[in-house]
Design a binder for this molecule. Sequence first.
Ligand code: NAD
Ligand code: FES
Length: 281
Amino acid sequence: MYKITRKRELVENIFLMDIEARRVAKSALPGQFVIIKVDEWGERVPLTICDYDREEGTVTIVFQTLGASTKKLAALSEGDEIRDFVGPLGNPSEVVTDEKEHLLKKKIVFVAGGVGTAPVYPQVKMLKEKGIDVDVIIGTRSEKTLIMEEEFRKVAKNLYVCTDDGSYGFHGLVTDKLKELMEVDKKEYDLCIAIGPMIMMKFVSQLTKSYGLETIVSLNPIMVDGTGMCGACRVTVGDEVKFACVDGPEFNAHLINFDEAMRRQSMYKTAEGKKNIIMEQ
Ligand code: NAD
Ligand code: FES
C-alpha cells in the first residue's frame, strides 16, 4: 500500500498528490511514468511522473478527474493509501539523461498543454539544475485552468502563458505563440519538446515539421500492463509499430501517425471499445 502524503487541488478537477513510494522515488527520472490502481477493483491508470523527492521517498503525480478511477483517487485524503503504484516505467526523457549530452547543447523550447504541463516540469527543472536555460510555452483554456505557473517561473528562462479565451497572457493556441516566436521574434530553436493532448501534439508537430525543427512528443495512450505484453499502447512511428510503454513514451513527433493514435484513444473511451481493442491485438 502507498500512502498519500500531500494532496492539493491545483484548479477545479486537477489534483496534485505526493505518494510515498520509496523504491520508485529512488530511481525515477523525468519522462517516466507510473501505473496506479486505487483499490482492488480499480482500473490501471498510467500517469507521467511530475516530480520526485529521493530523500522523502515520494513521487508527485498530477491528474484530472475524468473517469471513475481518477474520481475515486481524488476522493482520497492525505494519510489514505492506494493499492498499487508501479514504476518507474518507460524510458527517461533523452534530454535529461547523461549519455545524451549533445542534446543539452541545443536551444530547446518546451510546449506544454493543459494537464500535460505537469510532466514538463521535472524536465525543465533538471535542465535548469544542469545549467541549461530553456523556453517554455504553456497553453490552457483560461486563467482558471492554468497550473504550475509559479513553479515554471523559477526554472524556465522565458515562460509564455497562452489562454484559449484570452483571460490571461497571450490570447491563442500554443501553436500561434510558437509561430510568433519563430517568425516575428526570430527565435532560433534546435529542439522542441511537446507534451499535452494528442491534438495539440499533432498540430505542434505539423508546424515544426514545416520549420524543419526536430520535435519530441510524449505519448500517453491507454495502457493496460505497461510492460509491452498487451499491445494496448501500440503506435505507428515511421514504418514501425512501437509500444509507448516500453519503446517510449517519447518519440520523434514527425514520424508519428497521430490520426491513428487518436482513433485508438477514442475507441478506449467506452468499455466496449476497450474490449475490442484488446481483442484486436
Ligand atoms: P486542453 O484541451 O485544455 O488543451 C491545452 C492546450 O493545448 C490548449 O490551451 C491549446 O493551446 C493547445 N491545443 C489544443 N488543441 C489544439 C489544436 N488543435 N492546435 C493547437 N494547439 C491546441 O488540454 P487538457 O484538457 O488539459 O488536456 C487533457 C489531455 O491531455 C488528456 O487527453 C490527457 O490524456 C492529455 N495528457 C497528456 C499527457 C502526455 O504525457 N502527453 C500528460 C497529461 C495529460
Ligand atoms: Fe501493454 Fe504497452 S500497455 S503493451
